[in-house]
Ligand binder design. Structure first.
Ligand code: CO
Ligand code: CO
Length: 305
């Protein structure tokens, strides 16, 4: 039976359910496998990643429940303790409280959270809604999936990944706040589908196209080297396969470049569509941001030039 209080159902970054007057609940869940060796850091990254979908709606997270899948023959209880320590520390930074959770025996270590927050009914930033003339910005550089894959393959050390780990630990809270201040028309976070996959979700079946300029898209150091030596997660290839017909690339645009744009990000940045005159809000602010393209009238396609 349809419920009138459901403002945003499945398919967006998070679901939104109207509670009373203009206040709604915003809810999401995300679980990931380890992207780093250190359990404390993994717990904190997983929190940052799970909170991101709330920020991607423009919401304020309040409470979280932990979800742990745990192979008890491979890891001891001190590993769980460290994951939870890291998680609680990061939740504290975001002023979110852990109010429960559940663990199950699993073949592979997994950790994530379901998160509940609040959002004003008329200030919801959905994935769709970009307007021709808008500027597109992202708030974190790309290549996280490729570099964490390189770490798993021992092609790069955790020490060399400091900058990337810092990035995965950076909450999208301030970026989300800036987007609201900038009266953004649409927003999502860049995660498993890569930049192009999430960009496509913003335009599909709509009357706009995204025109992205490859040269203005920030890429983390060493990412291109890693791709050149054959390191890219399977997800990047799968995303590319799915997007081939939906994206137009420049002539002779290498597969390496295409793979960066479809690289799945863990705890990636926000992709925001803002009116051009609002760019000043980001220019005056202190969070990193990169203008990567613009929105045009169209048929729900992505053009990379
Ligand atoms: Co999302
Ligand atoms: Co999500």
């Amino acid at each position: 039976m349809p419920d009138d209080n459901v403002i945003v159902g499945p398919g967006d970054d998070a679901g939104v359910y109207l509670l009373y007057a203009d206040t709604a609940l915003v809810e999401t869940v995300d679980v990931i496998t380890p992207v780093v060796d250190d359990p404390f850091t993994f717990g904190a990254i997983s929190v940052t990643n799970s909170l991101s979908d709330i920020y991607a709606m423009g919401g304020t997270p309040l409470t979280a429940m932990a979800i742990l899948g745990f192979p008890s023959c491979d890891y001891g209880p001190e590993v769980i303790k460290e994951i939870l320590h890291g998680a609680v520390k990061k939740l504290g930074e975001a002023e979110v409280v852990l109010i429960g959770g559940h663990s199950i025996e699993d073949q592979e270590l997994k950790f994530g959270l379901s998160v509940t927050g609040v959002i004003k009914k008329d200030r919801i930033l959905r994935t769709q809604g970009a307007v021709p003339g808008d500027i597109l910005i992202i708030t974190k550089p790309l290549g996280i999936g490729i570099l964490t894959t390189a770490l798993k393959g021992r092609k790069i050390s955790e020490d060399e990944l400091k900058e990337v780990i810092e990035l995965m630990l950076t909450l999208n809270d301030r970026a989300s706040k800036s987007a609201l201040d900038a009266n953004a028309h649409a927003m999502t976070d860049i995660t498993g589908f890569g930049l192009l996959g999430h960009a496509y979700n913003m335009v599909k079946d709509s009357a706009v196209d995204f025109n992205l300029s490859f040269d203005s898209i920030p890429i983390l150091p060493r990412v291109m080297d890693m791709i050149d030596s054959g390191i890219a997660p399977e997800g990047a290839y799968n995303n590319l396969k799915f997007l081939k017909e939906k994206v137009s690339f420049p002539e002779r645009f290498s597969e390496e470049n295409q793979l960066v744009l479809t690289d799945p990000q863990t705890s990636g940045g926000l992709l925001i569509s803002i009116p051009e005159e609002s760019l000043i809000i980001f220019e005056k602010g202190s969070i990193p941001f990169y203008v990567i393209g613009k929105v045009e009238k169209g048929k729900g396609r992505i053009k990379v030039s």
